[in-house]
Design a protein around this ligand. Structure first.
Ligand SMILES: Cc1ncc(COP(=O)(O)O)c(C=O)c1O
Length: 476
């Protein structure tokens, strides 16, 4: 700890006011009050997935306080959903000052009678951070809904293109009412092995991370291709990684050629999240973008988990240096509400084709406006890039020091991970981390993932890595 603390890189963001100085564990985790609540909660909801019950008011910055009073350093951030840490003073003072009052009295159907404030928020929050080249945005509630609407937009566009100048025929309208559109039923979306795109029925046909997500549900027979899943350190695996990227691109091209004018879209996560923090090079994504363009398939970057600043920029795909932006970019999690940015050409000609009752949540967008203001004012993205580089270096050192325990340290910004040697080790290790006061999560079958807030600083990295080393000693 001392060594690492002495050489902390400096970051431009200010310290989080009043944040605890360190982890403080006083009971088992989960503790007795958490377990008591789990029993009560479990009577009416499935409480088996709960790590701990949180004291929402006492949690501060990067430290989650649980109902037993344990202060845990949060590396997981509610599955990547906490942008400014817990109870950021700007969010609380915006709330207390009445800035959100207009959103508190009712929840509107935003496609029918949106408050005037909504229009300003779209401009000041969502368009302020919009990916380059995408000036239209549909808002929804969750990531899966964002994916559903992105693929619907791609299907509508493909059908429009195939129809050309012809109007929709009465036969087509009658056929769709019988769930029988022979041409449309051939439409497909390609997703990658190991990808995760949500759990609603359409999105689930794209999800290919774990069988348990898909078991017992009917699915579309849509194509897939292997995701490269580069090995780390990159320098030691350069040839193998290049080969797996080439194999993946060949398979995508084969699918696109085999189904001319039927693949409406290719959807890809910039870094596969749930599937195990799997990375590919910028060159891979540039080649993929070109393939989609050459074959008339929409390119969907699913940034539900990578978006919102955690990679050091608002959108992970910005680092690919694409000649042409993605057609559609999905988001949720750190942005607090779900949505799809789209190029103008993907806005359907008729209204109501991409629609729902709520179309998002004004309160969440009002909070996002504050989050964006704070992120820009406090230079959180630059800080995240610096903290992330420090974190990944630290993880690499851990992998070098404990080769029988850890491997494949990797990350961009603080979106980082490290693998354990055997999948069987993972549950025990997560338990040990939590017992030591680290709120952690896994991805894939053998990765420990970091999804902290944008206020995660080098001192938090040092605290976490010291505990990683301590736990690793007992597994080595
Ligand atoms: C890349 C990606 N897409 C879609 C989703 C689905 O989001 P939600 O759980 O909000 O429906 C997730 C959730 O983890 C995700 O990581």
């Amino acid at each position: 700890m001392i060594g690492r603390m002495a050489s902390l890189p400096s970051v431009p963001m200010p310290a989080f006011p009043g944040e605890p100085e360190c982890i403080a564990v006083t009971t088992a985790i989960p503790g007795p009050r958490s377990e008591e609540l789990r029993v009560r909660h479990g009577k009416h909801q499935d409480a088996r997935t709960v790590h701990v019950y949180q004291d929402a008011k006492k949690s501060l910055g990067n430290y989650l306080v649980d109902v037993d009073g344990n202060v845990m350093l949060d590396l997981y951030g509610h599955i990547a959903c906490v942008p400014l840490g817990y109870n950021h003073p700007e969010l609380l003072s915006a709330w207390r000052s009445g800035r959100f009052d207009w959103a508190a009295g009712y929840r509107p159907a935003l496609g029918v009678a949106p408050p005037a404030e909504w229009v300003e928020l779209v401009e000041r929050a969502l368009m302020r951070i919009a990916p380059h080249g995408l000036n239209h945005v549909m808002t929804v509630t969750s990531g899966a809904e964002a994916v559903e609407n992105a693929i619907k937009a791609a299907f509508i566009r493909l059908a429009q293109r195939r129809r050309g100048a012809k109007p929709v025929s009465p036969d087509e309208l009658a056929a769709c009412m019988k769930n029988a559109q022979p041409d449309v039923e051939k439409f497909k979306v390609l997703s990658f092995e190991g990808g995760f795109h949500g759990r609603t029925l359409g999105a689930l046909s794209l999800t290919r991370s774990k069988a348990i997500h898909k078991l017992d549900f009917p699915a579309f027979d849509w194509p897939t291709a292997p995701f490269p899943g580069n090995r780390f350190p990159l320098a030691d695996h350069a040839e193998e990684n290049a080969r797996s990227e080439a194999r993946s691109l060949e398979e995508v091209e084969r699918v696109l050629r085999a189904h001319p004018d039927e693949v409406a879209a290719v959807i890809v996560e910039p870094i596969q999240g749930e599937g195990g923090d799997r990375h590919a090079s910028s060159g891979f994504f540039r080649a993929l973008r070109k393939l989609t363009k050459d074959h008339g398939a929409a390119f969907i970057a699913d940034e539900v988990q990578t978006g919102g600043g955690v990679t050091g920029s608002w959108w992970a795909h910005e680092s690919w240096d694409l000649d042409e932006p993605p057609d559609l970019v999905t988001f949720s999690k750190k942005l607090q509400l779900g949505g799809v940015y789209m190029r103008e050409a993907f806005v359907p000609a008729e209204p109501y084709r991409l629609f729902s009752t709520f179309l998002g949540d004004p309160l969440r967008l009002a909070q996002l406006e504050v989050i964006v203001e704070v992120a820009l004012r406090d230079r959180l993205l630059e800080s995240t890039a610096i903290t992330g580089a420090f974190l990944v270096r630290g993880l690499e050192e851990l992998a070098a020091r404990f080769p029988s325990v850890f491997s494949d340290a990797r990350g961009r910004g603080t979106y980082a991970a490290i693998d354990v040697a055997q999948p069987a080790m993972l549950p025990r290790m997560l338990e040990r981390f939590r017992a030591a006061g680290l709120e952690v999560g896994s991805s894939g079958t053998k990765s420990i993932r970091f999804r902290p807030a944008l206020v995660f600083a080098p001192r938090h990295v040092a605290e976490a890595l010291d505990l990683f080393a301590h736990v690793a000693e007992s597994f080595a």
